[in-house]
Design a protein around this ligand. Structure first.
Ligand code: SAH
Length: 233
């Protein structure tokens, strides 16, 4: 996706990127590519693919939720997708980027410094540990391409405020919905919306699934990672 098509496609998402934001994305792209040799951050490095599969794709979160000045936590953000891109496009968001890998966190801090972004923090932690302590804190929690939906729900929902939203960004989720109602009941959430669409240009499938949290999460969740993996909730 070249720059023109990127801008045009983003406008169709009803997002207006200022010149400063476009410059920030360009700078982000340059840092990503130059640091990638050291850190192995992404396999996607050619410019048109980064603009499509990382930048545009991250912004599609706005198809399912209005982003404004809420607090947003991105679990397993990797090189900053979607959290860093959303921070650039929606500067009023208060963003927390969480990733288990230290080198990725160092990269994220470098980008934040170079772009001089405010109200954004990086937490180097595993989500299932972080969410043991940090409860009911964020308006929105999201993750793109991190783990099976059931795992994501168990360690992400505790972080969400009551009446807040959790959104998973995935390709295809049909197989992941089997037995999910048990998770919905135990975690006191309800499935608000499922949105399926195709990315422009390459036409691959994307799915956004959003949940609303009805009540505080029982302290027994999340369980330890081994249990999360071994046994359904
Ligand atoms: N969201 C990014 C990265 C996906 S790769 C993107 O879409 O491009 C998955 C990332 O999640 C990795 O960076 C990995 O370190 C992180 N991760 C996986 N499981 C995690 C966990 N339980 N807690 C925190 N980070 C996790």
């Amino acid at each position: 996706m070249n720059k023109e098509l990127f801008i045009e496609s983003v406008e169709k998402l009803n997002i207006n990127l200022t010149n400063e934001m476009l410059d920030q994305l360009e700078e982000y792209y340059k840092i990503l590519v130059s640091e990638n040799a050291k850190y192995n951050l992404t396999t996607i490095t050619d410019k048109e693919s980064v603009y499509l599969k990382h930048f545009y794709d991250s912004l599609t979160l706005s198809k399912i939720i209005k982003l404004d000045n809420q607090s947003l936590c991105d679990i397993g953000t990797g090189a900053g997708f979607p959290g860093m891109v959303l921070k650039i496009a929606f500067p009023n968001l208060k963003v927390t980027l969480v990733d288990a890998t230290e080198k990725k966190c160092n990269f994220l801090k470098l980008v934040i410094n170079k772009l001089n972004l405010k109200d954004i923090e990086v937490i180097n932690a595993r989500a299932e540990i972080y969410s043991k302590e940090v409860r009911e804190k964020y308006d929105i929690v999201t993750s793109r391409a991190v783990a099976p939906l059931k795992h994501l729900l168990e360690y992400s929902i505790p972080l969400v405020k009551v009446d807040g939203t959790y959104i998973a960004m995935k390709s295809d989720i049909t197989k992941e919905l089997e037995g999910i109602s048990n998770y919905e009941n135990k975690l006191k959430i309800y499935n608000q919306k499922i949105l399926t669409f195709k990315l422009p240009v390459e036409e691959s499938t994307r799915t956004l699934i959003s949940y609303t949290k009805k009540e505080k999460t029982n302290k027994i969740y999340p369980r330890r990672y081994n249990e999360i993996k071994k046994k359904e909730i």
